[in-house]
Design a protein around this ligand. Structure first.
Ligand code: MTE
Ligand code: MO
Length: 217
């Protein structure tokens, strides 16, 4: 397992000219292009073996497994959404095409007591989200960006995008969605990242978590 930090600088850079400062959360800058950043290797997609699992506190108590044919036949939406990495790059104005998280929630309704969702990627990467963050309408299980199919490095065949949170909350190579009746920290949240991940409040690391602030703590 290696950390891929290759194209990231920690230098402060001014927003590129023409970008309204209110489009960029505090401390963020615009890189050239779209950096690739993740922990561990890029998985290969095996269409025959691939499944999306929905498990945990489902409404009727049963787990659901969907193969790629089923998932790729689900209705698609287009969502315009920025991507803000906690390491301080932001990629603005992406058009994500994919399956609205709401569609999945209506297909596999969660138990009424579900408050949070854990989204799992390949190799055990995970991110916890409040149900409200997933159900809000902007969260999308994306297959395409700006009309082009995602590359393997960017999460092909399916990656979650939650534009209003730091991008670690959006697992690439999504394989499962777990319904939770109590919050549980995901991969980076267990390793010192902030549970809330609101880029506009710079919720980067857990030492910044303020008890009683926001619905999570
Ligand atoms: N499966 C998986 N998804 C992941 C990560 C990861 O390490 N593994 N890293 C996250 C982080 S920290 C960021 S910033 C974005 C980067 O997405 P990109 O490489 O498409 O820019 O992916 C997120 N999703
Ligand atoms: Mo990130």
């Amino acid at each position: 397992m290696t950390l891929l930090f290759s194209r990231l600088g920690t230098r402060r850079r001014a927003p590129r000219e023409g970008v309204l400062p209110d489009r960029l959360p505090p401390g963020q800058h615009l890189p050239r292009g779209w950096p690739v950043l993740h922990y561990g290797p890029v998985p290969t997609f095996d269409e025959q073996a691939w499944e999306l699992q929905v498990f945990g506190a489902t409404g009727d108590g049963t787990d659901v497994r969907m193969d790629w044919a089923r998932v790729s036949a689900l209705p698609r939406v287009e969502v315009r959404g920025d991507l803000h990495c906690v390491t301080k790059f932001s990629v603005l104005d992406n058009v994500w095409t994919g399956i609205c998280a709401r569609t999945l929630l209506s297909l596999v309704p969660p138990h009424p007591e579900v408050s949070h969702v854990m989204v799992w990627g390949e190799y055990g990467y995970s991110a916890n989200l409040r149900l409200a963050d997933v159900a809000g309408g902007s969260a999308v299980f994306a297959t395409h960006r700006n009309g082009e199919r995602l590359t393997p490095e960017h999460g092909f065949p399916l990656r979650l995008v939650v534009p209003h949170l730091y991008a670690w909350k959006g697992p690439k190579w999504v394989r499962a969605v777990e319904y939770l009746t109590a919050d549980r920290r995901g991969f980076w949240e267990e390793r010192g990242y902030h549970n809330g991940a609101d880029p506009w409040r710079e919720q980067r690391y857990s030492y910044q978590e303020v008890p009683g602030e926001g619905p999570d703590f």
